[in-house]
Ligand binder design. Structure first.
Ligand code: SF4
Length: 253
């Protein structure tokens, strides 16, 4: 029988999932029950993210993908997603059109002056008594003046605010990861967001993390792990349930 202690690592996604609904966390990461479907928002976000990552990877290699090549990456990734379930009137065609617009805006907003230092850069944070905390930094870039910035690439249904970047747990995890990669943990960071609005926008939100903010995140990870070890799993019924692929398992709980 699988138990919560079988984890070989922890990640931001796991912590976020646990805080959203601990029972969903159990189904996904402890019982490892395959999801009944892939929510369309997930398939779409992953495909856009993969196209953006491919763009920066080619920049790292001294080349640069064109918009139609970004589109090809999106389509390939979309086709690999299994059992996509559509919500809110979305269709494959409407999302293809949206993706084209978003990737065009993404490409138009590129900054040719930056140097790409890393894409999907792996880090591992050793935390005593816990499985190692692992993550991937979407993008590490360097400005012509030498300033290095860690970037989290995202899609969002609407414009965010500066407070979203300030409170982003993923960026706090990046700051901790930066330290393990030899950077200053107070390094500049940025949330780059392409909106899924009718007229997509590329928005950039800058932020940093203090010692206190990083320590608070580590404390949170310990707290979550403590709850996982005690198998404190229970449903948290809210708007997330509408697109939860483990609804049937939840009913049978
Ligand atoms: S249906 Fe809702 S409460 Fe149940 S596991 Fe999914 S997110 Fe949690």
């Amino acid at each position: 029988m699988k138990t919560a202690q079988d984890h070989d690592h922890l990640s931001y996604s796991q912590i976020n999932c646990f805080l959203t609904c601990s029972l969903r966390y159990k189904f996904q990461y402890v019982d490892k029950i395959p999801p009944a479907f892939t929510a369309v928002s997930l398939a779409f976000g992953v495909a856009i993210h993969e196209a953006a990552a491919a763009y920066y990877q080619t920049r790292l290699e001294g080349d640069e993908l064109k918009p139609d090549q970004l589109w090809d990456v999106y389509r390939d990734c979309w086709q690999r997603a299994e059992k996509i379930k559509f919500f809110n009137g979305d269709s494959e065609k409407s999302l293809m059109d949206k993706a084209k617009n978003m990737l065009t805006v993404f490409h138009e907003s590129r900054d040719p002056s930056i140097t790409v230092l890393g894409v999907e850069e792996y880090f591992q944070l050793p935390l005593g008594g816990l499985p190692p905390f692992e993550g991937y930094i979407d993008l590490i870039e360097q400005a012509p003046d030498g300033t290095i910035t860690l970037v989290d690439l995202k899609t969002a249904a609407k414009k965010l605010s500066d407070s979203n970047a300030q409170s982003s747990m993923q960026l706090t995890a990046y700051a901790l990861g930066a330290e393990t990669l030899g950077f200053d943990p107070a390094i500049n960071m940025r949330l780059d967001v392409v909106t899924k609005t009718k007229s997509p926008e590329m928005l950039r939100y800058e932020t940093t993390r203090t010692d206190e903010e990083r320590n608070r995140f580590v404390k949170l990870v310990y707290g979550v792990w403590n709850a996982i070890e005690r198998e404190a799993f229970f449903p948290r019924e809210d708007w997330h349930c509408a697109q939860c692929p483990w609804t049937q398992n939840c009913r049978e709980w």
